[in-house]
Design a protein around this ligand. Sequence first.
Ligand SMILES: [Zn+2]
Length: 212
Amino acid sequence: MLRVELGRSKSTSDLYRAKEWSPIWIHEKIRFDYKAFCTMCLMLEIIDHMSTDDDLHDDLTSSEDSMIGLFRVLSNGLVHLEARVSAKSFDRYSELIIYLGKLLIEQGVFPERSTCVFCDQELKNASLIYLVTDHGGFGCSECVGHLEDALLSSAQEGRELWEILGVVANEKYQNLVELKLEHTEITKTLLSYFFYQFHMEPKQLKGLSSVI
Ligand SMILES: [Zn+2]
């Protein structure tokens, strides 16, 4: 990450040039770990797909507000990734789940966890729960059992993902260490949810296959 001072040769010119720049943060360890490097590239690629083109001439707009939020998550994500590699406890599934979870919170489309998206029953004590991608949250087994065509997680994954997302939502990024996953498939389940929310497709992300 760089601090850049911009200058224009003429006040009417649309062309900006970097007068001065200085690094404010550099990753030291990620580049020596191939999987961590691929994870970083994927994180950047995801943000690239979610960002709008910025215009330096515009005043602060709502889209810029949203960009600041995305930048904050990306910045936290890169610092977190570097810290996990430094601590020799980097796990690519864990990094991706935390990153996707924080982006979903930032964009206001985090999966509904407290009650079933169909019947409002509390999910904390429900025996079987599923993430129902096209309904924006989790559902109980009574409601979900008959849904054959819905985009669903399996029940085992559903419970684990529900627990893990609770941790991601309730802890600050920098306080999270690596998540211990029993089923790494929940990463793909969360990705499907993420793609659905942002109208993206796996094939749009070139770096995806090198991470999961
Ligand atoms: Zn229900």
